[in-house]
Write a protein that binds this ligand. Structure first.
Ligand SMILES: CC(C)(COP(=O)(O)OP(=O)(O)OC[C@H]1O[C@@H](n2cnc3c(N)ncnc32)[C@H](O)[C@@H]1OP(=O)(O)O)[C@@H](O)C(=O)NCCC(=O)NCCS
Length: 171
């Protein structure tokens, strides 16, 4: 069964292994903890993730962010991040949601289902009427994940498509 779970202390061991193996940047989805040791994950990375949700310890100009992991049974398959509201840089940039599916799990619908579950979570977090997303034109898999979830392309620049998905609070 697929479900989302917020980053949390009880699952630290599996969260550590997943985050450690995420690359530093894939298609603009960044990870500052690639290769992190178990100790540094426990002392810095995980507390930082939990604090980010409370809006604490963030770099200047950053908005609070909730980190979810996508679980299939007892295995982590992906990470989904929800930025709580827009600021100018997010509006013109990365938008509300970022996601990553582990290499071993790609092409099996995890991205599509993970975004669907994340959009449900976002209804309780994001005040804006639309969820904003951005995707590289060279990343058709991620564009499909967005389109499968009701996304529509509203603009583009040389490198990216900008996608909007209704934030259906009434559902
Ligand atoms: C993008 C990403 C999340 C997709 O995850 P996934 O679990 O493989 O996605 P899905 O299995 O739900 O597949 C989505 C669609 O993309 C298609 N797809 C996969 N690879 C593709 C490719 N190279 N070219 C075109 N379409 C592709 C799949 O066939 C599927 O389409 P379908 O449902 O119509 O058959 C994953 O590749 C990833 O984490 N990439 C690195 C980080 C990243 O790019 N994040 C998004 C930043 S905007």
């Amino acid at each position: 069964m697929l479900y989302l779970k917020k980053a949390n202390l009880q699952d630290a061991e599996k969260e550590w292994l997943f985050v450690r193996d995420m690359p530093p940047d894939e298609n603009g989805l960044t990870n500052e903890w690639t290769g992190v040791s178990r100790e540094v994950f426990a002392d810095k990375a995980l507390p930082g993730m939990l604090a980010a949700e409370r809006g604490e310890g963030l770099p200047r100009g950053y908005v609070p962010e909730t980190i979810f992991f996508l679980w299939d049974g007892d295995e982590i398959t992906g990470q989904f991040r929800v930025r709580h509201h827009l600021c100018d840089s997010l509006r013109e940039g990365a938008g509300h949601i970022g996601y990553y599916i582990g290499n071993a799990f790609r092409g099996r619908g995890y991205g599509t289902e993970g975004l669907r579950l994340t959009l449900i979570e976002a209804r309780g977090i994001v005040p804006e009427d639309e969820i904003c997303l951005r995707v590289l034109k060279s990343n058709p898999a991620s564009l499909k994940v967005m389109l499968h979830n009701g996304g529509r392309v509203v603009k583009e620049d040389e490198e990216h498509f900008f996608v909007r998905i209704p934030n259906r609070k009434e559902l």
